[in-house]
Design a protein around this ligand. Sequence first.
Ligand SMILES: *Cc1c(COP(=O)(O)O)cnc(C)c1O
Length: 225
Amino acid sequence: MSLSARLSAIDARIADAARLAGRDPAGITRIVVTKFHPASLVHELHALGVRDVGENRQQELTAKRAEAALDGLRWHFIGQAQTNKAAAIRRSADAVHSVDRVKLADALHGAADDDDVLDVLVQVNLTDDTGRGGVAPADVERLAEHVLTLPSLRLRGVMGVAPLDENPAPAFERLHGIAAAVRALEPDATWISAGMTGDFAEAIAAGATHLRIGSAITGPRPGRG
Ligand SMILES: *Cc1c(COP(=O)(O)O)cnc(C)c1O
């Protein structure tokens, strides 16, 4: 299947899942995760109409954005971020989905230029493994409140990755409840970034607004299988 056919097939499945959930597909943003693929793939995707791409490593984001500075293209940073990479991430990302601690929020804010505002999401750890990235559900509101004190960051919502060892549906339901608590603090925090190649239909059923889909669209990642 060609890239164009894979993209259309996924978009059809997104539309089906949305209808099944009684949702308007237009309310769902499909981010194509291009990590490990060359910038040429981003050019191809852009030519096919893709306007949202995702990267999970700062160096790759920075390099690829320089090679594919395309009209209307939005870059989403979705990976775990070291504080010392915050300034570089801020320079290259239009949205950061993975704010999971006060120090990282402060570093992103500290790297702001003038009146520049960055869209950010609080990443929630939906597993019991503290190494997997994301803030524990019990600490989400405290972190969200901190982000709301930083004028160069615009809190847009929450992000989550389903656990590997659990049905994704209940995990995404937990994320949906946490998203509502964050929206009570900030009405504009309407994004729920959830759902990947293997679980985007479950994420849509649980209210996801931003899907992060890689391999089903791009094919296997080079050197990663
Ligand atoms: C790689 C990645 C994705 C996309 O994964 P696929 O299974 O290839 O769709 C989504 N979210 C995050 C955080 C990722 O790192």
